[in-house]
Write a protein that binds this ligand. Structure first.
Ligand code: SF4
Ligand code: SF4
Length: 710
């Protein structure tokens, strides 16, 4: 109760006593909110299982980092700072909002620990918090209406703009802050009239301004404003609470849970069905996501949690080149579907197929699984699992793009997408000239080695990429690694097969390779193909640890086994393109760069988009066989980025990137001005060679059973 003005409790409003009025508002507000949330939970309950209740400490750590710490928000400077200020303001104001709810019923309520000096301090802090949140709302409204950041735009094919809804919510929050501040200001003005000056701490805050403006107002007027501000605050508070679950602001309620239950094992793929082992796959009646209810409960929670900020689509290469895919709208369309088919009243759900209604097949096949959307999302939404699940559903229905049918058949029959003979898999190592430099063993029951070089299909069969295979083998030989290959016993790693939704074929490829790897007896695996690296690391079980060749080269440099000659052409400017499956999916960013920096005199620049913001080259694996609708090739955009950075040599560390880069250089008309080279090729070219005689001696007369291709 404030000296000079009545508390809100005894005031009568339209013949209703304050306590009754506010109790009714609380009751109605909470019942409505509970009902709305219960209805929103229905699709989660009807969806598929997803075990996310393990590792509570790791999950709590994520909450501290990504929710409380707002870790990803500053990646977009202005919006990020704005969000952090609003979030911090809300956190600070939470206790005050709770107290305000209670004093409508119990006027002398003080939160435990908020009495006395600490209470004054908290009040001062929250006065500023309300002011900052209010100013942020004004700034955000102006930004939306005047500056209109491009990433908020809604292309016509995705429906109507969400600006009006966003502005409405911003205005509601601004009203809440004004009501809170007016309430505090009238209280302070009344106290000041009693000669109490404690509220002076809040100088330049909104309540301070209201207090100053109302300093000479009569006590009855202050009393009316005090009551009116309180009523406005309560009504706006509950309206917001109940309105948020109908739009993008639902993330205010769901984000904490969404982050707590976020996927912990990055770059793994969810199984076809949780709780169903590979051996039981044959019994699964329907694969993947076909209807909304086929999503897991966590994926439905993702849809509710999307803040529609557009960061994912802003970084999506498919969206950037005009493919019919925008990850943001995968979520928004699914959320709208949930709202429409799980209404507040009446029958829920209709089991309608999603592809053909809210999604198109092209949209689902357009994704390169590059992971840029997931790296960017501040709320840790997952996309790759959902897209792969939707592809599994399409595959299960035989809805496979024409251009993918042949490579998939070839993978099934020959273990590679080109349909080439198994016995030709090691031909790259069998040329006469290469055998004079390096002899590559084929590992089998009779011939073993410490390390297995897993080559994978593109490097084995593509004439141009075989050079990466030879460079990798030469480097391993140079550092004295006892290594060999599987030769004809190797099949495609299946990384893309799995990501294209062909789980049964992937399982067959994986089981075959895993058996061959285990029986060859190698203690570790090396590969120069990030897609194979990813599959071996995350999708295979019980195989030796795997390293990418960039890690091996760097170790060779550090140990002194590899030394580099100075860069040949001092005018060349190099730039490193992070392959998605090496960088974003496996966190290997520094090793390739450290290798480049170890070459004396090599000049290196960074492209604007690098590290975890790298721009996908156009996709590896089966993407080479898929022809999406697009305005421009991703690779062309990427080489243009390299040119903008001032580079004329693009170094990458992935054979698929190499195909796309070399192709894009031609398409972009940069032939003769720009070249692309694989890190292994460059390291091989720059290495200070050992005495050729020593090499020849080591490679002389290999046992017949160890000859590559044998
Ligand atoms: S994984 Fe890459 S291509 Fe696919 S939706 Fe995300 S950003 Fe776009
Ligand atoms: S998925 Fe994440 S990044 Fe994309 S719009 Fe939603 S909240 Fe923003």
């Amino acid at each position: 109760m404030v000296e000079g003005i009545e508390s809100v409790v005894p005031v009568t409003f339209w013949l209703t006593p304050g306590r009754t009025l506010f109790l009714s508002i609380h009751f109605l507000g909470l019942v409505c909110f509970a009902y709305i949330v219960a209805r929103r939970l229905v699709p989660l309950i009807r969806s598929q299982r997803d075990p996310r209740f393990d590792r509570p400490f790791a999950r709590a750590g994520n909450v501290l980092k990504f929710w409380l710490g707002q870790w990803k928000h500053p990646r977009y400077r202005v919006a990020g700072i704005l969000h952090i200020l609003i979030f911090a303001g809300f956190i600070l104001l939470a206790a005050r909002a709770f107290s305000m709810l209670i004093i409508g019923v119990s006027p002398n309520f003080v939160m435990p620990g908020f009495a006395g000096e600490s209470g004054h301090l908290y009040e001062a802090a929250t006065d500023y918090a309300a002011t900052v949140v209010f100013l942020c709302m004004i700034f955000a409204i102006v930004r939306r209406l005047v500056f209109k950041p491009a990433r908020y735009a809604v292309p016509a094919r995705y429906g109507k703009a969400h600006t009006a809804d966003a502005i409405f919510l911003l205005v509601l929050i601004a009203i809440l802050m004004v009501a809170d501040s007016l309430f505090e200001g009238t209280k302070a003005a009344a106290l000041a009239q009693q000669g109490q000056l404690a509220e002076l701490k809040t100088v330049l805050s909104l309540p301070w301004m209201f207090k100053a403006a109302l300093a000479s107002s009569s006590i009855p007027l202050l009393g009316s404003l005090y009551f009116g501000a309180y009523l406005l605050h309560e009504v706006t508070f509950y309206f917001l609470l109940c309105y948020r679950p109908f739009g993008i602001q639902f993330h205010v309620e769901t984000s904490l849970f969404n982050i707590y239950f976020a996927k912990l094992d990055k770059s793994t793929l969810k199984p076809v069905k949780w709780g169903v082992s590979d051996e039981q796959l044959g019994e699964v009646k329907s694969f993947g996501v076909k209807t909304f209810e086929d999503f897991t409960w966590k994926h439905v929670l993702d849809f509710y949690s999307c803040a529609d900020c557009g960061r994912c689509s802003d970084n999506c290469p498919a969206n950037a080149v005009g493919r019919p895919l925008s990850p943001r709208f995968l979520s928004i369309k699914a959320r709208d579907y949930a709202f429409q088919h799980y209404p507040m009243f009446g029958h829920s759900g209709n089991g309608q197929p999603l592809v053909g209604s809210i999604y198109s097949p092209d949209e689902i096949w357009s994704c390169t699984t590059c992971g840029a959307c997931e790296a960017e999302c501040p709320l840790l939404l997952e996309y790759i699992d959902k897209i792969v699940d939707l592809r599994r559903g399409l595959m299960d229905d035989g809805n496979v793009p024409q251009s993918l049918q042949k490579p998939l058949k070839a993978l099934e029959s020959r273990g590679n997408p080109y349909g080439k003979l198994e016995k030709k898999r090691a031909d790259w190592a069998n040329t006469k000239e290469f055998q004079e430099i390096c002899r590559v063993k084929t590992l089998n029951g009779k011939c073993g080695a410490e390390s297995l070089y897993f080559v994978d299909s593109i490097t084995s069969y593509d004439d141009r990429m075989q050079s990466i295979g030879r460079a990798t083998a030469t480097i391993l030989d140079h550092i004295g690694e006892d290594f060999g290959i599987l030769g004809a016993a190797e099949k495609d790693s299946g990384n893309e097969v799995r990501r294209f939704g062909e789980e049964t074929l992937f399982t067959a490829l994986r089981d075959h390779n895993a058996d061959a790897i285990r029986s060859c007896g190698a203690k570790r695996i090396v590969t120069a193909d990030p897609h194979a690296f990813n599959a071996l690391k995350h999708d295979y079980k019980d195989v030796p640890p795997v390293e990418h060749i960039s890690q091996v080269i760097l170790r060779g440099v550090k140990s002194g086994k590899i030394q580099f000659n100075p860069a040949e052409n001092g005018n060349n400017i190099y730039t490193y393109h992070d392959p998605c499956y090496l960088g974003r999916h496996n966190g290997i960013y520094d090793e390739p760069r450290a290798v480049l920096d170890a070459i004396p005199g090599l000049k290196r620049v960074e492209m604007k988009r690098s590290h975890d913001r790298s721009f996908c080259c156009g996709g590896g694996g089966l993407m080479l066989f898929y022809e999406p609708k697009e305005d421009q090739r991703m690779g062309v955009k990427r080489v243009q980025m390299a040119a903008e950075a001032g580079a004329n040599v693009i170094v990458t560390a992935c054979p698929f990137c190499m195909v796309n880069m070399e192709d894009a250089i031609k398409v972009a008309g940069l032939e003769g001005k720009m070249t692309a080279i694989d890190l292994a090729e460059l390291a091989d070219k720059q290495m200070v060679r050992k005495c050729p005689v020593a090499n020849a001696a080591r490679n002389a007369e290999p046992q017949q059973e160890c000859v590559a291709g044998g």
